[in-house]
Write a protein that binds this ligand. Structure first.
Ligand code: VG1
Ligand code: CO
Length: 542
């Protein structure tokens, strides 16, 4: 029974860097999720009778919203919904399912690396038919619609059984509950040399993965333990929990510290990896070597032909603007295109669709390729294992040799979380105001070469995105970038990205914060962070 329900708009449903993210109690307000989902459907055309993919990272409130989304998809005229068993689909797996089954699009429920639970975070994101996050044109239309929405369509029907694989029907729409893991695992097996990785593991190379009680657990167990022969238990925190065991499912040196310490300890594993709440981020550590995400992108690009799926080479590389320029040097050497985009995976979609780039990355522990249209945590982990198996070298050797060949980009991100929104905006405005006066000035011993607020023109559809981060470039290729996060759910987060290029191999073993000390000081001078935010130190350094 299809019904139309009258509703009132909310004024805070603007999608951020990666969809709409809010605290669970916000989403639990009357018709809040319904309004947003209807606004998505109202912003799309031509989906009658077509397929919609729905899945999420299993966090608190996932099941409720999935039931809602299925009812509303039926009422709005979709012909079929594909939903992962238990409502589970990692973000890259959802992207793959959309592509493989040629769906019209997908709804991905996740707040990524943010904590989950009754008072923590939830999110809804729409992905288009190429499997990637909706471009700004669509997210802008969705936001506009949320401001005027006055009704939504749903179906009055009991909850569906999401825990049995098979086919059901709601108001004439087919609902297929699918295995969330198998299609994705098959794709990984096509891209990488599983036989070589199996041999590596068989030879005693010890691999551990921390799934952080988030969505990649079942995927990592199937791939690493079952298909690649890693001993049972190699995947830690493998069971997805609605509250991620009260942890931040964020794979970095702060939240995946236990894994890091284990790999670094004498007699510990040879290789450690972790991924985030929805499985699109990755962290890679080897004995004596934490790989920064920016370096990871560069190493993967430089060694891509080790993997069967990339044996013919890569078409080009794209990175978000704040990501270090390490991969630029690889692109230069390979003679392929290099693209610098705003933060957020949605900007890579057009470049991949047009065949301009094969691999993409962000400094925020995101790496991926055109095999899907999202960043992909396990893909990056498997790529590293494939490279290690092919080169028969440790992570550390691979990275140190890479630096020797290309130079090292020292890199760090300092986050100041929970700042008062007005103060954060004031800081950025003040920075913008002085950009024109900066070139030629000296800050400490650094000389400013150029300064701007990054704007991007998409080379494919020519859309323009302005105000994507203030960057101050110094002589010698060092730089500081400032931007405000678009994924937080309380207050504002200032991100300060600091980078220095060091060509000289005899200077490649300096501690990162030390190597960047003068730039960190310059960031303070430029943005007056302490006095404007009242914070003496960043809350997170990665
Ligand atoms: C952060 C990262 C950005 C990433 C985004 C989504 O955004 O900096 O690189 O694309 O999260 O990642 P922001 O606006 O907070 O800096 V995830 O794993 O949420 O899909
Ligand atoms: Co994520």
């Amino acid at each position: 029974m299809i019904v139309t329900i009258a509703t009132k708009p909310y004024d805070d449903q603007k999608p951020g860097t990666s969809g709409l993210r809010k605290k669970v109690p916000v989403f639990q307000q009357k018709d809040y999720a319904e309004n947003f989902i209807q606004s998505i459907f109202d912003s799309l055309e031509g989906f009658a009778g077509k397929t919609l993919v729905i899945g999420g990272d299993g966090r608190f409130y996932n099941r409720e919203v999935i039931q809602t989304a299925i009812r509303m998809a039926a009422a709005n005229g979709f012909g079929r919904v594909l939903v992962g068993k238990g409502g589970i689909l990692s973000t890259p797996a959802a992207s793959h399912v959309i592509r493989k089954y040629e769906a019209f699009g997908g709804i991905v429920l996740s707040a990524s690396h943010n904590p989950g639970g009754p008072t923590e975070d939830f999110g809804i994101k729409y992905n288009i038919g190429n499997g990637g996050p909706a471009p700004e044109k669509i997210t802008d239309a969705i936001f506009a619609r949320t401001k005027s929405i006055d009704s939504y369509k749903t179906v009055e029907t009991p909850d569906l059984d999401l825990d049995s694989i098979g086919r059901q029907e709601v108001a004439g729409m087919v609902v297929e509950v699918i295995d969330p893991v198998s299609d994705y695992a098959d794709l990984m097996e096509e891209l990488f040399d599983f036989a070589a990785i199996r041999d590596l593991i068989k030879s005693g190379f010890r691999v551990v993965m921390d799934s952080m009680s988030a969505v990649t657990g079942p995927y990592a167990v199937e791939i690493l333990e079952k298909r690649l022969g890693a001993p049972a238990g190699s995947v830690r925190n493998a069971e997805p929990l609605p509250d991620f065991g009260h942890h931040h499912p964020d794979p970095n040196l702060v939240h995946a510290k236990e894994l890091y310490d284990d790999v670094m300890s004498p007699g510990g594993p040879d290789f450690g990896a972790a991924s985030d709440g929805d499985g699109d981020r990755n962290m890679v550590v080897g004995k004596g070597m934490f790989v920064t995400p920016s370096d990871s992108l560069a190493v993967i690009a430089a060694n891509a032909t080790c993997a069967p799926g990339y044996a013919k080479g890569i078409a080009g590389i794209a990175r978000s603007m704040p990501t270090s320029a390490a991969s630029d040097r690889v692109a230069e050497k390979l003679g392929i295109g290099m693209y610098e985009t705003p933060t957020g995976w949605k900007f890579f979609g057009n470049l991949m669709d047009a065949g301009k780039v094969t691999v993409c990355g962000e400094e925020s522990f995101g790496t991926g390729s055109s095999h899907v249209r999202e960043k992909d945590g396990l893909w990056a982990v498997l790529f590293w294992l494939n490279i290690i198996a092919a080169r028969k070298e440790s992570v550390k050797d691979i990275v140190v040799k890479h630096w020797a060949e290309y130079g090292r980009n020292y890199y760090s991100r300092h986050d100041y979380e929970g700042i008062d929104t007005e103060k954060a905006n004031g800081l950025i405005v003040a920075l913008r105001d002085k950009l024109a006066s900066l070139p030629g000035t000296k800050i400490g011993s650094l000389v400013v070469n150029a300064a701007d607020d990054f704007a991007y023109t998409d080379p494919v559809d020519h859309s323009v995105s302005k105000n994507q981060g203030v960057r101050v470039l110094f002589e010698g290729g060092s730089r500081v970038v400032f931007r405000l996060s678009g994924t937080g759910t309380s207050g504002a987060t200032l991100r300060v990205y600091v980078e220095r290029y060091e060509p000289d191999p005899s200077r490649h073993d300096i501690e990162t914060q030390t190597a960047l000390a003068d730039l960190i000081a310059a960031a303070e001078t430029l943005a007056e962070i302490k006095s404007r935010t009242g914070m003496d130190e960043p809350t997170v350094i990665t």
